[in-house]
Design a protein around this ligand. Structure first.
Ligand code: CMP
Length: 168
């Protein structure tokens, strides 16, 4: 009886991690999917993501336009998401000092999401830009769910090993 109770306790804690979530998918052409995927691959924010996780993340990027001279990101503000450039060019400034320009295929906005800190730079549209944006909430929900799934798999395996060991 005691042993059975232990197994049920492990199974119950596995089930407790299965919280549902609602994510909006934005269908996009294959070329845009590839552009976003290739921008995520070298970025520190997505280093620990599996290929399935990357696929889901690409799904939820939404299109965003930004007029010329408008700040897409303001230094010191809260991190709302991660961006990938499709068209146009942006300039990056740290404390009003020009650092570099980014264009098609570049991603930016990972630092505030990675370290939960304020934005480290201002990113300003040098010309009208078309971007893809992944909002922070979607990023957190998808990556947290994949982490939970990995943990669930490990816990299930552990429950099976325990059951075997206890002769059940
Ligand atoms: P984050 O701090 O979230 O928001 C501003 C973004 O600008 C930052 O993430 C980086 O993605 C990018 N960034 C900051 N500093 C530089 C830099 N010196 N060169 C290129 N990109 C930068």
């Amino acid at each position: 009886m005691k042993r059975k109770g232990a197994r049920h306790a492990i199974q119950a804690s596995v089930a407790a991690f299965d919280a549902p979530y609602q994510i909006k998918v934005f269908p996009k052409p294959e070329e845009a999917r590839r552009l976003i995927h290739d921008a995520l691959m070298p970025n520190l924010l997505f280093r620990a993501c599996s290929s399935e996780e990357l696929y889901e993340l690409v799904d939820v990027f939404r299109p965003k336009r930004c007029p010329k001279h408008v700040d897409i990101i303001r230094e010191g503000s809260e991190g709302d998401g991660f961006y990938v450039m499709e068209k146009g060019q942006v300039d990056v400034f740290e404390k009003d000092a020009y650092k570099c320009s980014l264009q098609r295929g570049h991603g930016f906005g990972e630092i505030a999401l990675l370290y939960s800190c304020p934005r480290t730079a201002t990113v300003r549209a040098k010309e009208e830009c078309e971007l893809w944006m992944l909002d922070r909430q979607a990023f957190r929900e998808i990556t947290a769910r994949h982490k939970r799934n990995r943990l669930n798999m490990k816990m299930s395996l552990l429950a099976k090993v325990c059951a075997c060991f206890l002769g059940q």
